[in-house]
Structures are given as structure tokens and as C-alpha cells.
Ligand binder design. Structure first.
Ligand SMILES: NC(=O)C1=CN([C@@H]2O[C@H](COP(=O)(O)OP(=O)(O)OC[C@H]3O[C@@H](n4cnc5c(N)ncnc54)[C@H](O)[C@@H]3O)[C@@H](O)[C@H]2O)[C@@H](O)CC1
Ligand SMILES: Nc1ncnc2c1ncn2[C@@H]1O[C@H](COP(=O)(O)OP(=O)(O)O)[C@@H](O)[C@H]1O
Ligand SMILES: [K+]
Length: 518
């Protein structure tokens, strides 16, 4: 599992480490690690020139020392000192090291054109403008230099891409767009959250000897090797009932195929037994595609409610199906609720619950539950709408959610007590009292109709086997995304192919776990 820690946690861990170490040792380790990564990239690309963009804080200090190492190794190195105070505005020890190594030192006073030319010549740019002490956004003089970077240069962000919010709570309107980020000790939330993930690029963690393993993470990401520990593997004493029966309330005369996708996914994920509650057309289709499924209401260990459910339908079969959906939501059993089922969510549910909206569904649900959209007030760092603003009396929109996915997912989790799985390129899993989980395993090809129905089948299977909602949601998202990536293999995807890819994917992920060192 990848674990990202908050800025407060990192600062405390750094302080504890520094108390045991000679002065400057942590920064020396950070700079050495940074220079090593830079050297590896320059070796790969055949690049020879390095420019460091240096801000006022310790992030600039790391950068100055790293550039000094690179100059000593023979690369042609320059730095641009961004503070208005020039040489007096940056880390003194770092500047002394850079001077001693023969690094060319430029000041903002030289003017934007001259500096843009310096920056444009770099094969590798070290972004040391700001790190975890940074406020979101770039000042104009920094933004101009970032714009001047050559398209072919390798942009290496020091600790985080400057301009991002280290906490990853607000967006990335004006930030460095890094090819790679070298971070120290542990990832920070911004590296894993939608607000910063794209601008972070490849993430490389350099060990500088700070201890955070015992401290709760702010954001977590399950990795392939976590699957074996979490996935429900039957034992000799199990039977189909003990493994977990899933009740799937899905499909309608209007959207029959969703039931096929959800049922196929559950069968492929290895559900002990599947009961389908649906109207005649989806029942017929599921009989063809998933002959294992049993039709009709009955005893189950968990429910999956919603794929293809038509909550507007009024014929007798549909009304009977909707009655089962409402009874499932009113029961004390675990439920995953998707698509049409979300329209039936009325508020808090005490039993384990996973809600799986995409941005539009989350917006509609929040609006229906009484939340309204709002704009951040003046003085805020960003003009994006935020979830925690005072109500402005208008409905929450999908754009509001996209501008602040984490905030809106948290809002729904607080209103319902449920685990909220917010779908997207990066899928967030938010449960009150738990570290946020963030999964980014899927290719954009997965943005295709019916993909969500497949996810519901997987998560339902995991709930029926007894997994906690937070684990079921994150593990479901991981397996869904990894399966999509394997099946796509760089090409188009269809939802049914993803469903059919689950079995070999889970098998291979479990095999990895068996062969991984203890
Ligand atoms: N604390 C430690 O022990 C270690 C810190 N390290 C480095 O130190 C960094 C944190 O250093 P600092 O706390 O000095 O903070 P930063 O270097 O992140 O930046 C703080 C400075 O930048 C200015 N600033 C903030 N936002 C800005 C913006 N948007 N545009 C321009 N200037 C802005 C602030 O006024 C302040 O002067 C880490 O990210 C890491 O790179 C590493 O050397 C490892 C050890
Ligand atoms: N750009 C993207 N990259 C990767 N995965 C994505 C992207 N956009 C959406 N997805 C994933 O595709 C799936 C789409 O599900 P959903 O929107 O519910 O579709 P449907 O309702 O048609 O089944 C989700 O699992 C989501 O996380
Ligand atoms: K930086």
C-alpha cells in the first residue's frame, strides 16, 4: 500500500529526525537523492544542461545543493533565484555550495527575456520554487519561467510540483507540470489526489531516514500486492452460502443490459451465489449469460442495488422490483448502491453501505439531500467551487464536483454515514474515520457505458463475502481498473469484456501474493 502523509505529519517526523542528526543532514540526504535521480534521467536522455528554479525556502535549498552535485559531476548547470531579494533571499548554505561548484547564478532582475533563454536551454529543469511550505498558485515571474521550459526537457519537481496545494484539496490552475516528482521520506496527499496527480507525473520517493510508518496516513492507495491479503479466498470448509450470497437488484425493461454486466462481473469475481431481482427482459438475458444466477428474492449476505434500475417505471414487475430495492436499503445488510439505486437513498443508513456515484450522480444526490452549490469567497486561493462553502442556494453541479471531488465526496459521506466511492480517472473512496483511498489503475478507455455496472458487481461480491465497505470499495476499484488495463492493452474497451477479464486478473493478482516475499 502506498501511504501519503499530511504536511503536519511530515514536519513532525522531520523535526524528530533532525533532533538526532547533525545540522543540515536531512537536506543533504534530500539533495543527494535528488541529484541521483537527475543524473539517471540525464544519462538516459543524453542531456547535458541543468537549470534549477530556486525559491525562498528549503525547497530551494534542496535544489541548490542538488545542482551543486550535478555541476561537480560535469553537467552545465545554472540556477535562477526567484526571490526579489536575490542572493540574500535564498538558502545561504545551498547558494554557497552552488557557487563553489561553479554553477551560473541568475537573478530575476535580469529580466524575463534573458531568463527565459536560460531556462529554454535546459535538458533537465529542477523545480525548487516551493515545496510543502507553498501556497497554491505561481507568481507571474515564476509562471513565465515555467512557460519557457523546452517541451523536450525533463521537468523534475522537488518534493511537489510548485503551485499545487500540498494537501491536494484545491485544484491545479497554475502549477508546474512535472514529468517526475522526487519526494522525500513519504508521499504527500497531493501526489495521490485528483487535484495534483496529473501535474505530479511519475512519483519517486527518496528515503531520507524520517519515520512515518507508525503514523496514520492521510491518503492511501492499494497496490497489486495488497490484493492477496484482502481478497476473500475460500477455504476447505466453505460452501456457497458461507462464501456469501449477493442479491442483485438491477436491470429494467428500459435498461436490461446493466443486469447482465453486474451479474457477469459478480460471477467472474467468484461470488458464492447470485440472486437476481429483475423484470422479465433482464431476467431472460441474465439466464443466457449467467446461467448460475438464481432468480427471485431470498436470503443474501449483501445487496447490490441500482445498475439499470428504472425508478420511474410503474408496471407491476417494476414496482415489485423497486419494493425489493427499498427493502434492501431498509435492511441491516451491507448494500452497494449505484446508478438508479442512488435515487432511492434517503439519508443515513446504519448498516455497511457503499455508494458508487460518478460526478453527475454525486451532484444530484447532494442536491436532493439538501446541499447546495457555492463559490469560494474572495480571498481564497482558487476560484473553483468548494464543497465546504456557505450555501449559495443553487443545485450542486457535476462541474462543482469535478472542481473539488474530495470535498464533495466527504460531504456525501458525512450526510449518509456511507462509504462514498466517487468514480473517475482517479477513483476516491471516502469513509468517515478512515484515510481516504485513491485508486488510479484504469486507462481512460474504461470511460465507457456499463463500466460502472461491472464495478458494482465486484464490490457487491466483496461485501457479500464479509469485507468492510472501505476495503470492498477500494479493492473493487483496484481490480476493476487493473482488469480494464489488461483487457484494453492500449486499445478500446467494452464493459462486457472488462467483466470477462476479472477472473484471470484476480487469479494472477492472487498468484503474485503467493510468490511475494513475506
Ligand atoms: N524540513 C526539513 O527537514 C526538510 C525539508 N526539506 C525541503 O524543505 C521544503 C519545505 O521548506 P520550507 O518550509 O522552507 O517551505 P518551501 O520551500 O516550500 O517554501 C516556503 C517559502 O516559499 C514562499 N512561498 C509560499 N508559497 C509561495 C508561492 N506560491 N510562490 C512563491 N513563494 C511562495 C514562502 O513565503 C516561504 O518563503 C520541503 O518541501 C522539502 O523540499 C528537505 O530538505 C528535507 C528536509
Ligand atoms: N478518464 C478515465 N480514466 C480511467 N477510468 C475512468 C475515466 N473516466 C471514468 N472512468 C471509470 O469508468 C467507469 C465508468 O463508470 P460509470 O460512469 O458508472 O459508467 P456507467 O454508468 O455507464 O456504467 C468508472 O469505474 C470510472 O472510474
Ligand atoms: K517544488
Amino acid at each position: 500500500m502506498i501511504r501519503a502523509h499530511s504536511v503536519e505529519t511530515v514536519r513532525a517526523a522531520e523535526a524528530a529526525a533532525m533532533a538526532e542528526l547533525p545540522e543540515g543532514e536531512l537536506m543533504a540526504r534530500a539533495a543527494r537523492g535528488l541529484a541521483d535521480v537527475a543524473t539517471a534521467r540525464l544519462t538516459d536522455s543524453g542531456g547535458t544542461t541543468v537549470v534549477g528554479l530556486v525559491g525562498a525556502g528549503d525547497n530551494g535549498g534542496d535544489t541548490l545543493y542538488a545542482v551543486a552535485h550535478l555541476a561537480e559531476a560535469g553537467y552545465a548547470c545554472a540556477v535562477v533565484l526567484l526571490p526579489a531579494a536575490g542572493r540574500d533571499g535564498v538558502h545561504a548554505g545551498g547558494l554557497e555550495a552552488a557557487d563553489g561548484a561553479g554553477v551560473m547564478v541568475h537573478l530575476v532582475a535580469e529580466g524575463p527575456e534573458a531568463l527565459a533563454q536560460v531556462v529554454a536551454e535546459a535538458d533537465l529543469v529542477l523545480d525548487g520554487i516551493v515545496g510543502i511550505g507553498g501556497r497554491p498558485g505561481l507568481r507571474p515571474e515564476a509562471a513565465r519561467l515555467v512557460d519557457a521550459v523546452d517541451d523536450d526537457a525533463w521537468v523534475l519537481a522537488v518534493d511537489l510540483a510548485s503551485g499545487l496545494d500540498p494537501a491536494g484539496e484545491s485544484g491545479e490552475d497554475d502549477a508546474v507540470w512535472a514529468d517526475e516528482t522526487v519526494t522525500f521520506g513519504t508521499p504527500k496527499p497531493v501526489h495521490l489526489l485528483p487535484a495534483g496527480e496529473a501535474a505530479t507525473g511519475r512519483l519517486t520517493v527518496v528515503d531520507i531516514g524520517i519515520e512515518v510508518d507508525e503514523v496514520p496516513a492521510a491518503v492511501e492507495r492499494l497496490e497489486w500486492d495488497d490484493v492477496a491479503a484482502l481478497w476473500p479466498v475460500p477455504g476447505r470448509g466453505d460452501d456457497k452460502y458461507s462464501r456469501g450470497v449477493l442479491g442483485l437488484v438491477a436491470g429494467s425493461e428500459a435498461y436490461p443490459g446493466a443486469a447482465v454486466l453486474g451479474a457477469t462481473a459478480a460471477a467472474e469475481a467468484g461470488v458464492g451465489m447470485l440472486r437476481l431481482v429483475a423484470t422479465p427482459t433482464p431476467v431472460g438475458l441474465v439466464h443466457q449469460a449467467v446461467p448460475e444466477a438464481v432468480v427471485g428474492d431470498g436470503r443474501v449476505q449483501a445487496w447490490a442495488v441500482g445498475p439499470g434500475l428504472d425508478t420511474e417505471a410503474t408496471d407491476a414487475d417494476a414496482v415489485a422490483q423497486l419494493d425489493v430495492a427499498r427493502a434492501a436499503l431498509g435492511s441491516e445488510l451491507p448494500v452497494v448502491v449505484d446508478a438508479g439505486g442512488l435515487a432511492l437513498v434517503a439519508g443515513r443508513r446504519e448498516a455497511p453501505t457503499v455508494l458508487t456515484p460518478h460526478a453527475g450522480e454525486l451532484a444530484r444526490l447532494l442536491t436532493r439531500l439538501g446541499t447546495t452549490g457555492g463559490q469560494r469567497g474572495s480571498g481564497s486561493a482558487s476560484s473553483s467551487p468548494a464543497a465546504d462553502e456557505l450555501p449559495a442556494g443553487r443545485p450542486v453541479t457535476a462541474d462543482d464536483v469535478r472542481a473539488d471531488p474530495l470535498g464533495h465526496a466527504r460531504r456525501l459521506a458525512a450526510l449518509t454515514g456511507a462509504t462514498v466511492l466517487l468514480k473517475g480517472a482517479t477513483t476516491l473512496v471516502v469513509t468517515e474515520g478512515h484515510a481516504v483511498r485513491s485508486q488510479a489503475d484504469a486507462p481512460p478507455w474504461l470511460a465507457t457505458a456499463g463500466a460502472g455496472d461491472v464495478l458494482t458487481g465486484i464490490v457487491g461480491t466483496l461485501l457479500a463475502s464479509g469485507l468492510e465497505p472501505h476495503d470492498a470499495a477500494a479493492l473493487g476499484a483496484l481490480v476493476h481498473g487493473v482488469t480494464a488495463d489488461r483487457v484494453s492493452n492500449g486499445g478500446p474497451l467494452r464493459a462486457l469484456a472488462v467483466a470477462h477479464g476479472i477472473r484471470p486478473t484476480v487469479r494472477d493478482l492472487l498468484a503474485r501474493g503467493r510468490s511475494a516475499p513475506a
